[in-house]
Design a protein. Structure first.
Length: 198
């Protein structure tokens, strides 16, 4: 693993989802992150896929950092033992800190919040605010409808062909981490804004 790739941020649901494979993948992600000597950055909750990934990473000996707003701390049952917890004021601060603390993003199945976090990370990459990869871990085809939507956006002229590859996909945890470690922004992506202008 590259010396510059030290922590991975995971975006994922605060619920476990309908299929056991979602929880299994979250658990595997936590284990493999630890096996590779990486740290895990996540939304700070103890519930759903968030809690499963964090628990697995902790149990395997990884550094785990949680970032959660005050308002969600009780609702999402902020994780306790072993997690280095950062409590912030707003959702925007949460996303900005998660991005600052990590070197790439893996997107597990989730709902509105997961999708919003992932799309913002893609937008920041598109604008050159950050040069970190975003990989959708496509468990049982979960992300296929969304990825097809991105293809349609490109076909309709709203996403440039050179920028569409920013939304990477993988079907295994190992593949997702390999893609993040190897990620380099496409040459078509030019910085439009500085990080402090996000």
């Amino acid at each position: 693993m590259s010396g510059s790739f030290k922590r991975v941020c995971v975006f994922c649901g605060s619920m476990p989802g309908a299929r056991p494979s979602y929880a299994e993948s979250a658990r595997e992600l936590g284990r493999v992150v630890a096996q590779r000597g990486l740290g895990l950055v996540y939304g700070g909750g103890a519930v759903g896929l968030m809690g499963i990934a964090a628990d697995a990473a902790l149990q395997a000996g990884a550094e785990v950092i949680g970032v959660i707003p005050h308002g969600l701390l009780k609702r999402e049952v902020g994780h306790g033992g072993g997690v280095a917890m950062h409590v912030v004021d707003t959702m925007h601060e949460r996303k900005a800190m998660m991005a600052e603390l990590s070197d790439g993003f893996i997107v597990l199945p989730g709902g509105f919040g997961t999708l919003e976090e992932a799309v913002e990370a893609l937008t920041w990459a598109q604008l050159g605010i950050q040069a970190k990869g975003v990989v959708f871990l496509d468990i049982d085809g979960f992300w296929q409808p969304f990825l097809r939507t991105l293809d349609f956006m490109q076909e309709e002229g709203f996403v440039r062909p050179g920028q569409r590859p920013l939304a990477m996909q993988a079907t295994t945890v190992e593949e997702a981490l390999d893609k993040l470690a190897a990620f380099r922004p496409p040459p078509e992506v030019q910085p439009w804004l500085r990080p402090d202008q996000a």
